[in-house]
Design a protein around this ligand. Structure first.
Ligand code: ZN
Length: 305
């Protein structure tokens, strides 16, 4: 099973993108393309095929002369950039290029895996840039650098550098005796359950975060944790690090972060999904991947077709 945002085809060229003349050559190449983001995070997809819209830079350069084009990387020597546009420009560009602005969660379900990854990078970068316009040390404006992957304080006596933020979070499938632990947040739709998750605190290992969060959210003590996979989650800028963990207790005490937590057997998962009394996370998420992987490991068969 695949999940979204983990199959990048772009070479980010992190070793050369600090060289502004390199980025400029990429930008001025005839092959250069830009994907377009709305400032609210939607991404433009091309109609009618619903792939990622890639506009030749030559069609944008004059109109967006003073805009920040962020360098995403190259695919087979073709440079890809990202441009964030505001308000009424989104509709105008969508009409001009036969495109539609779509929420990235929805787009990810239909884009090719590599396109979803590029859009995720663009979205997280754009979000960070919009919140890094001033120096956090001295308050002076910053200037973008490194193809948009750094921000430099414009005050020479300060010259602080800032880098895109990624918030690490763990997500865990806790299991014991053929059952797995899922929780529901109060803000979620009814019947929606997911694996437990939480943000890493400073100075904490991911394994300690798993133990702390599972106890805080569900009152369950867990022992051995095993890393499974990770997923960039650009809503706005997280990295979800996925684990499975063995429960050492079974009595649930729901904490403040959840409305409900329950143990589910494989049969209960199957029946709930079938009659829609249980709504799991979408297939693009690592949560769904952890659940389906556990079902396959426990029963040797798939959860759903
Ligand atoms: Zn500064």
């Amino acid at each position: 099973m695949e999940f979204a945002f983990v199959s990048s085809a772009l070479d980010r060229e992190g070793n050369v993108r600090d060289d502004s003349s390199w980025v400029r050559r990429r930008f001025e190449s005839r092959a250069a393309r830009a994907l377009l983001l709305a400032s609210d995070g939607r991404v433009l997809i091309a109609l009618p095929d619903r792939g990622l819209l890639g506009v030749p830079i030559s069609l944008l350069r004059d109109r967006f002369e003073f805009a920040q084009f962020s360098y995403l990387g190259a695919e087979q020597d073709q440079g890809w950039f990202a441009l964030t546009v505001a308000g009424e420009m989104v509709a105008e560009l969508a009409a001009e290029f036969h495109a539609e602005a779509v929420d990235l969660r929805l787009a990810a379900a239909e884009l090719k895996a590599s396109e979803a990854s590029a859009a995720a990078l663009a979205k997280s970068l754009s979000w960070w840039q919009s919140r890094s316009r001033f120096c956090g040390v001295c308050g002076a404006p910053t200037v973008p650098s490194g193809g948009g992957h750094r921000a430099l304080c414009s005050q020479p006596s300060c010259a602080a550098e800032f880098f895109p933020r990624t918030d690490a979070a763990m997500i865990v499938l806790v299991h014991a005796e053929g059952r797995c632990l899922l929780g529901r947040q109060a803000s979620w739709p009814e019947h929606r359950f997911s694996t437990l998750a939480g943000f890493l605190e400073p100075g904490e290992t991911l394994e300690d975060c798993v133990r702390r969060e599972v106890f805080e959210e569900a009152g369950i003590r867990v022992g051995a944790c095993q890393y499974v996979a990770n997923q960039p989650w650009p809503f706005p800028a997280s990295l979800m690090v996925g684990f499975t963990a063995q429960a050492e207790s079974s009595t649930i005490t729901v904490g403040a972060e959840l409305a409900e937590a329950r143990w589910f057997s494989v049969d209960e998962l199957r029946a709930g999904v079938a009659d829609r009394s249980l709504r799991l996370s979408p297939r693009l998420s690592i949560s769904r991947y952890l659940i389906e992987r556990w079902v396959a490991a426990t029963t040797g068969s798939v959860l759903t077709q």
